[in-house]
Design a protein around this ligand. Structure first.
Ligand code: EPU
Length: 455
């Protein structure tokens, strides 16, 4: 079936681009302003540079505790999850300093004075990754005490596989009064088979096993690129981790004396990149995305090509541009890496809401990751959820409405929808987006979007 020519309306790219004069004064730091106003109908055009990967940074920062010494981490995004993590490390006694060079921001972290103190609840509850302090402190000190972590409300998010891993290594783990306590006189390497492929459990067991006696083998491990990134950092610091990126990871324990700090540049954030790729298609734009690893984006690139967009890769750059038509409907199933990432599912839903035909998205990772849909439906989308599948009947256009972001990627999805809609979309709850998108308002404006923060 021929697709009709589709352009988001109204176009206003001939108006002056306010980007340069109106840079986001908050740079993501000011979460007191919690509304974004997005004027739809602007094509995104130009270049955007992607920051360091959130989910890698929040694993590498606690890993500095296992390594000891002084580490220089580079390519660190300015997001609130990183701010909270730096506060938690300070509470534990670490010295941290922000640095900057021509390639962006970094952190100089000394963990020489860290002690296994309890992390305050008001910090731990702000993000999921605070649980990496369990593996890191248990590994280095044989004890850890962390309030149960918070993070996006996208499902039950159990930690049984983390606990199973620590116990297999010889720790005693209790969960009481909302606090997880882990203790071990010694940790001894063993084989841990994960019953579900879990990014968090894989990382936590790696952190605990670096200084354990003997060999730890993690079977059915997660293969996400940030697990490889973490292994590279740990190995640069003296650890002996092999097989990261496959489903069997082998960690040969070393002594504390063999560990030291290192300089490490965190890999680019492929979900930030995927979001800009999707936004480029959604606005019928042409965006060149710099500082990416195209292989990590392969499942997203493949789906965008299937819907009819053009994707071109060269070195660490991906360019995405629309073919001038409404996207074609496609079916997507989220899967652990290298499958289609659950973290890109929500922005992709927004794009498919204007496709020609009916798309289906099956979410296999998080049972609660469809909360953006009722907000999208306020904007005129026709999406039904049946069990773990969203059935998306494409509509020709969206209309602006006041909508509420409930989690990080829901916020990104609503911004994509706002960019497509006719009129001004007001998105509240955007403190969620500041958790994971580096200078998002500035970056969108530099691409020609008309976006502003409001109290
Ligand atoms: N699971 C268990 N038991 C466990 C751990 C996980 O049953 O002990 C289940 C979960 O309920 C889920 C599945 O296993 O159904 C996968 O969970 P996983 O542990 O892989 O997720 P996570 O480590 O909590 C990380 C990212 C998420 C991302 C997922 C999947 C961080 C801080 N978070 O979460 O990122 O969606 O992996 O790729 O790395 C985001 O960035 O927006 C985000 C939510």
């Amino acid at each position: 079936m021929a697709t009709e020519l589709w352009l988001p309306t109204p176009y206003d790219n001939n108006r002056p681009n306010p980007a340069q004069a109106w840079l986001d004064p908050l740079n993501n730091g000011g979460t007191s302003l919690s509304r974004l106003v997005v004027q739809g109908g602007c094509r995104l055009r130009g270049n955007v540079r992607i920051g360091g990967r959130k989910n890698s940074v929040v694993a590498v920062i606690p890993a500095t505790i296992v390594c000891g010494g002084v580490s220089r981490l580079e390519n660190i995004p300015h997001i609130t999850d990183v701010e909270v993590f730096t506060e938690m490390l300070r509470e534990l006694g670490a010295d941290l300093e922000w640095t900057s060079n021509g390639c962006g921001s970094g952190l100089l972290i000394s963990t020489a004075n860290v002690t296994p103190a309890k992390v305050p609840y008001h910090l731990a509850k702000k993000l999921r990754a605070s649980y990496y302090l369990l593996g890191a402190l248990l590994g280095r000190f044989g004890e850890a005490e962390i309030p149960l972590p918070g993070g996006c409300d996208i499902g039950l998010r159990p930690i049984d596989q983390h606990v199973k891993g620590f116990e297999s290594l010889g720790a005693e783990v209790t969960v009481e009064g909302g606090v997880v306590r882990a203790r071990a006189d010694r940790l001894v390497g063993t084989t841990v088979y994960l019953d579900v492929v879990s990014v968090g459990a894989t990382i936590n067991i790696m952190l605990a096993a670096v200084l354990a006696e003997g060999l730890t083998v993690i079977e059915n491990a997660a293969k996400e690129p940030h697990i490889v990134d973490l292994a590279n950092y740990l190995n640069a610091c003296g650890a002996r981790v092999q097989g990261a990126g496959t489903d069997v990871i082998r960690i040969r324990g070393v002594s504390k004396d063999e560990m030291h700090g290192a300089t490490h540049a965190v890999i680019p954030d492929e979900i930030e990149a995927a979001t800009f790729m999707i936004a480029a298609c959604a606005t019928h734009g042409d965006v060149t995305i710099e500082n990416v690893i195209p292989k990590h984006l392969a499942p997203v690139s493949a789906k965008l090509e299937e819907i009819g967009a053009n994707v071109w890769e060269n070195g660490d750059v991906v360019r995405v541009w629309s073919n001038g038509h409404r996207p074609k409907a496609v079916h997507i199933t989220t899967l652990p890496y290298p499958g289609f990432p659950t973290d890109a599912q929500q922005p992709m839903t927004s794009l498919l809401s204007v496709a020609v035909g009916t798309s289906m998205i099956t979410e296999t990772i998080w049972e609660g990751r469809f909360k953006h849909i009722q907000e999208l439906n306020r904007m005129g989308t026709r999406i039904k959820v049946e069990g773990r599948t969203a059935i998306i009947e494409g509509v020709p256009a969206l209309s602006a409405a006041p909508i509420q972001a409930t989690d990080l990627r829901a916020a990104a999805a609503l911004v994509v929808a706002g960019l497509m809609a006719e009129g001004e979309t007001e998105i509240s709850g955007v403190e969620h987006i500041d958790r994971g998108y580096d200078k998002v308002v500035d970056k969108l404006r530099l691409l020609g979007a008309r976006v502003r923060r409001e109290p």
